[in-house]
Design a protein around this ligand. Structure first.
Ligand SMILES: [Cu+2]
Length: 127
């Protein structure tokens, strides 16, 4: 009796791990490391969503751009809208996602844009 319960448990474990591996194998390929805690900005129809992102100041973070457009986009963060001082420049990708590591920010409001389409803009607020 005990033996068959053990056998059943083993079968369940095998079934679960098989289900997991087939699920991850079916995922579309994406660029860059996958960080489940990354903040996500979506680019679609040549616009960012959300256009304003709030983060914790003083703490580096991962930011994923999920580009749903065939057009190339990136998330380029600058100190302000003059785009004179770079903070973090993300990889330019088309129809896929890319994750960038953003250094710890002082409290304040930062500007980001797509370096390909300067009309695509947003703000990051570090508080
Ligand atoms: Cu763009």
């Amino acid at each position: 009796m005990k033996r068959s319960i053990l056998g059943l448990g083993l079968l369940v474990v095998i079934a679960i791990s098989a289900a997991c591996s087939s699920a991850s194998g079916g995922q579309p390929a994406s660029a860059g490391p996958v960080d489940p805690n990354a903040a996500v900005i979506t680019a679609q129809g040549n616009a960012f969503a959300p256009a304003s992102l709030t983060v914790k100041s003083g703490k580096a973070f991962s930011l994923t751009l999920d580009n749903k457009d065939a057009a190339p986009h990136n998330v380029a963060i600058y100190k302000d809208s003059s785009a004179a001082q770079q903070v973090s420049i993300g990889e330019i990708v088309s129809s896929k996602s890319a994750t960038q590591q953003v250094p710890a920010l002082d409290k304040g409001t930062y500007f980001f844009r797509c370096d390909v389409h300067h009309e695509m803009t947003g703000t990051i607020v570090a508080e």
